[in-house]
Design a binder for this molecule. Sequence first.
Ligand code: G6P
Length: 487
Amino acid sequence: MALKNRSADLVIVANRLPVDRVEEADGSKSWRTSPGGLVTALEPVMRANDGAWIGWPGGTETGMKPFTSDGLSLVPESLSAEEIEEHYEGFSNGTLWPLYHDLVAKPEFHREWWDSYVRVNQRFADRAARIAAEGATVWVQDYQMQLVPQMLREARPDLKIGFYLHIPFPPGELFQQLPWRREILQGLLGADLIGFQLPGAAQNFVRLVRQRVGHKTHRDLVYLPDGRTVKAAAFPISIDTEGFEELAASEPVAQRAKEIREALGNPRTIFLGIDRLDYTKGIYARLRAFSELVRDEHLSVRDSVFVQVATPSRERVEQYRRLRDDIDRLVGRINGDLGEIGRPVISYLHSSYPREEMAALYRAADVMVVTPFRDGMNLVAKEYVACRLEEDGALVLSEFAGAADELRQAWLVNPYDINGMKAALREAHNAEPKELNRRMRAMRKTVKERNVTRWADSFLAELAATRPDHGKTVRPVGDGADEGDES
Ligand code: G6P
């Protein structure tokens, strides 16, 4: 597909394209839409608005042309080997990621990494400036792209620009360590609307802008010297709830859930953790807590097992490598010390699975354990709730996951408090069916009401309202497609 210059009415700019490269049986390569919630939410609105998605396709292949996949216009922006090292693994995941997650690991500050981050952001912004139609909406995603809004505004002041941060935004005391703090704040201020997961993050941002950049602010608004107003507000992200429910209700998934239970020896209780293998997720502490319950005979390997799925992630970054070794060693030691023949304490899977298998795991699990030290939202917690069609099952959830703001009926825990986690795991394990049902029913109501489509629609509606007199408005999906027409 040839993507003409200045033709897209909605442009998504993200570090990654929403597709994965897959190899067919005959050895040929093709693209498959990745199962993430973001693309599910944006697909309909992109179709209705001649949308295009700019992102890195992964790998180092260069010179790739724009293409369509499942009807979506995708615009690959390649990264060189050096940019992968400095922009992606370096500044994005070695500096910003730990800094924005409460310094769970120590961030590294390197000037070459920053330079590469600036260059890559500029290239993505240039590309967006080329393909966005007059008065179009551009929605920039996440921490890898924080300079794009301002770069884009300079090139194309006619655009409506939104930015959404999927991860936490740290308190000023931590953010101030960043040698390029002012540049990042100014980069973000190029947007008309900046979305965060939680109200506290939006407040952190506005306070920092007042203190560090010196702009006037009032509540969630920043007033710029050029007369522009920027709004910073919370839009908690969610999942494709209906899609997960349908999947969980399907016969193959129900069947697979049964098989999983059988393969584990039909234990009374299956505990489950599903995470990217990341040091923010608290996997190590969680497995230790569980193993102590087995060691102290509060749980027995005859009737309980912990299934931990750890999806490989950022494997060339040193801290991730070390984490993998630490978890491998811990699991080996726990199973060696406490397991019995055919009865491991922890069934550990270092692999990524399709959505169907995840849904089957959610259906099979009695206690879902989500205990990050810090997490922007955590969609796994919401997916588990969506898949519990029988309104049973327990969720043990970290207070420091964004999801804890909405899923108040979970067993909330402090992931730094091992004894507290042990107590919550025991309570969840021993809870009466009535109690489980009461909690799960309430959480399911929340997750059904607030799905990812509502999230995207509310952000885009707010963005349209932020600059109502300016260019085009993104056509909403479903009802009222005429009210957002071009002017
Ligand atoms: C988090 C980030 C995303 C990122 C994803 C996977 O959810 O918010 O921006 O894409 O992790 O990480 P990766 O480094 O593989 O893109």
